[in-house]
Design a protein around this ligand. Structure first.
Ligand SMILES: Nc1ncnc2c1ncn2[C@@H]1O[C@H](COP(=O)(O)OP(=O)(O)OP(=O)(O)O)[C@@H](O)[C@H]1O
Ligand SMILES: [Mg+2]
Length: 316
C-alpha cells in the first residue's frame, strides 16, 4: 500500500481579484521509504501541495477537491486535532529558512526536547539523551555543545541540521523538505542532501523533497514528479529524467539546467512564464510555451496516462 496517495488534489486560494487554482488536480503516490522529488518552476504550486499534505494551509487557501490518503486512510476529513497528531508523529516537514521555525530564546537542545517531554512524556534526562543521539545522527559536530547553544550561534547548515533533528524526533514515516538547502552554499547544500538521503534510507522513511535544482534531485531522489501550473505533468525515475523525459516541459527543464549550457553561451530559462493561476490557459496549461504543440493542445486537457500528461509527448 502506498504511504501517501494524492488523487486529483485541488487547493485553491481566495483573493479580492478572483480564485487562484494554484493546485489543480495533483495525483501521485509515494511508497514507504521512497524518495520523491517534486520539481517545477517558481509558482507551480509545489509548496502549497506540501502544506496541503501537512494540513498547514495558509488561511486564504482551501481544499477544493480530490483525495489525500495516508497509509490508506483519508486525511482530508480528519478533525484538526487528529490532523495535528499526524504531524510530528507520522509526517514532519523542514523548510528553507530554519530561523523562521527555531525559537531564538530557547537553546537548540531545549526546543528539540520539547516534543519528547510533552508528547512522549519522557523524563528530562531521557529527553536530553535522545537529543544528543539525534544531534549525532544529523551530523552536528559536538552534540553536547550544540544542545546548549542558541540558534543564532550556529551556522546556516548547522541550524538546518537542528531542524532536521527536530523533524525526526518522533520518528515520522514521511519527511517533507521544501527547498531545504536553497539558502546554503553549495558544499553545505550537498552535505544536507546526502544527510537526508542517508537518514531516509536508514529509517525507511519516505522523503518528499521539493526543489527547483535538478542537481539536488539527482543526489537524493529515486523518482521525480514534474509539476507545472498546479498539475503533475510527468512522473518518472531520476534516471529517465536525465536521459529521456517525455513531457516537453520536463525536457525544457532539463535543457535549462546550468550544467547543460556550454560555458560560452548565456543561461537560458524556458521562454515565457508560468501562467497566472487565476487565469490558466485552456487545454494543456503548458501549450502557450510548448515546442510540440498540436491543435488539440489548446482545446483538451491531457490526462496523466502512463506517467505523462501530454497529447504529443517525446518518445520515452
Ligand atoms: N498564502 C498565499 N496567498 C495567496 N496566494 C498564494 C499563497 N501561497 C501561494 N500562493 C500562490 O499560489 C501559487 C503557488 O504557490 P507555491 O508557493 O505553492 O509555488 P511554488 O511552486 O512553491 O513556488 P516556489 O518555487 O517559488 O517556492 C502561486 O501563484 C502563489 O502566488
Ligand atoms: Mg515553494
Amino acid at each position: 500500500m502506498p504511504l501517501l496517495e494524492a488523487e486529483n488534489l485541488r487547493i485553491h486560494i481566495r483573493s479580492e481579484d478572483g480564485l487562484a487554482r494554484a493546485v489543480d488536480g495533483v495525483s501521485f503516490s509515494l511508497e514507504p521509504g521512497e524518495a520523491l522529488a517534486l520539481v517545477g518552476e517558481s509558482g507551480c504550486g509545489k509548496s502549497l501541495t506540501a502544506l496541503g499534505i501537512m494540513g498547514l494551509l495558509p488561511s486564504a487557501a482551501f481544499y477544493a477537491g480530490g483525495t489525500l490518503k495516508f497509509q490508506g486512510n483519508d486525511i482530508l476529513g480528519l478533525s484538526e486535532n487528529n490532523r495535528r497528531k499526524l504531524r510530528g508523529r507520522e509526517m514532519a516537514m523542514v523548510f528553507q529558512d530554519p530561523m523562521q521555525f527555531l525559537n531564538p530564546v530557547l537553546t537548540c537542545g531545549e526546543q528539540v526536547a520539547e516534543s519528547l517531554l510533552v508528547l512522549e512524556k519522557k523524563s528530562s534526562r531521557e529527553a536530553q539523551q535522545r537529543v544528543q543521539e539525534l544531534f549525532r545522527e544529523v551530523g552536528l559536530p559536538d552534540p553536547e555543545r550544540q544542545a546548549r547553544q542558541y540558534p543564532h550561534e550556529l551556522s546556516g547548515g548547522m541550524r538546518q541540521r537542528v531542524l532536521i533533528a527536530m523533524a525526526l524526533t518522533l520518528r515520522p514515516k514521511l519527511l517533507i523538505a521544501d527547498e531545504p538547502t536553497t539558502a546554503l552554499d553549495a558544499t553545505v547544500q550537498a552535505q544536507i542532501l546526502l544527510l537526508l538521503r542517508k537518514l531516509a534510507r536508514e529509517k525507511n522513511m519516505a522523503l518528499l523533497i521539493i526543489t527547483h535544482d535538478l542537481n539536488a534531485v539527482s543526489q537524493v531522489a529515486d523518482r521525480v514528479a514534474v509539476m507545472y501550473a498546479g498539475k503533475i505533468v510527468e512522473t518518472l525515475s531520476v534516471q529517465k529524467l536525465f536521459t529521456r523525459p517525455r513531457h516537453p516541459y520536463a525536457r525544457a527543464l532539463l535543457n535549462s539546467m546550468p550544467a547543460r549550457v556550454p560555458v560560452d553561451q548565456p543561461l537560458r530559462g524556458i521562454p515565457g512564464q508560468v501562467p497566472d493561476p487565476k487565469q490558466p490557459p485552456a487545454g494543456c496549461r503548458f501549450h502557450p510555451r510548448c515546442s510540440r504543440i498540436l491543435p488539440l493542445c489548446s482545446q483538451k486537457e491531457p490526462a496523466l496516462i502512463g506517467g505523462v500528461a501530454c497529447h504529443n509527448p517525446w518518445e520515452g
